[in-house]
Ligand binder design. Structure first.
Ligand SMILES: [Zn+2]
Length: 402
């Protein structure tokens, strides 16, 4: 079996695979010219249904998809076939989850692999770990949330990840609602109504200030669940960047709203208010329109591969209401960042040393060191004056006669 371990069924995704992925996620497909990578694109400006530009804009998402599928290594067991053999199989799972977003995960897994899987000698009562990982991967592609089933999170937490948990008895819809829960549902603490925190609306939480005042390093993340996550120990803040993907999610939600009917079999990928709030934190809170923020954003796009769509100001199609926002989803993390700007954790070497050594014991030690240095200086100057006196005495004893 070790021979198979090195085999990854998901080799590099072709442009046809990516076109099918777009169709599964958002219900549109880039044209044949895009798929065949035609140098001279014929249907541009001619066919209104051509989604060439749209697909071009999603390049970083396709890179992300290629990356997470490339790292997928199936667990082969003797009795069960691998959960998928191609990108087509993974996309089929994505479609299946979206069509059955109101069925519990355990039922989905059993049904999907029971019907389309190859015949098994003895159907296992519980889905194998490989099938679970296949569903984790599919859910991650749909939502860009790092996803795992219950009982698997500990090992991932150790690896520094913060996976969202999709328990086996929950539906996909319940899972996406629970990823970044609304605070009004949680009813937690003093930050319940973030609208009452006026500071957040005064443009105090920009990336510019996070860097300059809180001395934080900006880390790009593909995991929506890590968005705005502050790591005080390492002095970093993670920022989710796939705004072109978020826009696609929103556009799909809007077309659904306008055309009810058979097309509603396509379920939205993420809750609309979560997507809008995330867009708002990126476009208004973190990167406002001022020269310094713009140039910071530009360097993040060119050096750290942030989604170039972030700097797109003209496109306001995602905006539904300009009205004051209540940060239902990201409020707690925004407040964390706000606190960090107000009282920054010491970062520099000297700052940290001073912070550590400011206890009374260290003050005593510093005083003692000062006294010792004073005594040493006294002894030295005594030696110098003794030597001078000796030189003077020698000169008096043996005067040089000229
Ligand atoms: Zn085209």
């Amino acid at each position: 079996m070790t021979v198979f371990k090195s085999m990854n069924p998901l080799k590099k995704a072709t442009r046809n695979d990516l076109a099918n992925l777009c169709e599964a996620l958002w219900g549109w497909k880039p044209c044949a010219d895009w798929i065949e990578e035609q140098k001279y694109h014929k249907c541009l400006h001619q066919d209104p249904r051509c989604h060439h530009q749209r697909a071009e804009r999603l390049q970083l998402f396709f890179d992300f998809y290629g990356e997470i599928t490339a790292y997928y290594v199936p667990e082969f067991s003797s009795s069960l076939p691998p959960a998928f053999n191609s990108h087509g199989d993974l996309i089929a799972i994505i479609q299946y989850i979206k069509k059955n977003a109101d069925k519990p995960r355990v039922q989905l897994t059993l049904e999907h692999f029971g019907i389309s899987g190859q015949p098994r000698v003895s159907p296992s009562p519980s889905p194998s770990s490989d099938q679970n990982r296949a569903f984790d991967l599919a859910a991650r592609v749909i939502t860009t949330f790092e996803c795992t089933i219950e009982g698997q999170a500990d090992s991932q937490l150790e690896a520094g990840l913060h996976p969202a948990i999709w328990p086996s008895d929950r539906t996909f819809n319940q899972f996406v609602d629970s990823c970044i829960p609304k605070q009004s549902q949680l009813r937690v603490g003093p930050y319940n109504d973030i609208a009452q925190q006026p500071q957040l609306h005064l443009g105090s939480l920009t990336v510019k200030r996070l860097k300059r005042i809180a001395k934080l390093t900006i880390v790009r993340t593909d995991d929506l669940g890590s968005h705005l996550l502050l790591d005080r120990k390492n002095g970093t803040v993670a920022i989710y960047h796939h705004t072109s993907v978020l826009k696609e999610h929103l556009m799909m939600a809007q077309t659904q709203h306008h055309t009810p009917g058979p097309s509603t079999s396509q379920h939205s990928n993420l809750p609309k208010d979560l997507v809008q709030e995330t867009m708002y934190t990126l476009k208004h809170v973190l990167f406002p329109v001022d020269p310094e923020s713009r140039s910071l954003l530009q360097s993040l796009i060119t050096k750290d591969k942030f989604d170039p769509d972030l700097r797109n100001d003209i496109d306001t199609s995602w905006q539904q209401h300009e009205a004051p926002m209540v940060y239902e989803h990201w409020g707690l993390r925004l407040m964390d960042l706000y606190d960090e700007i107000q009282t920054p954790t010491p970062r520099g070497y000297l700052e940290r040393w001073m912070e550590r050594k400011s206890g009374s014991r260290y003050v005593m030690m510093a005083t003692l060191a000062g006294v010792l240095i004073a005594i040493m200086l006294g002894v030295l100057s005594l030696a110098v004056s003794i030597f001078q006196a000796w030189v003077g005495w020698q000169q008096w004893q043996h005067p040089v006669s000229s």
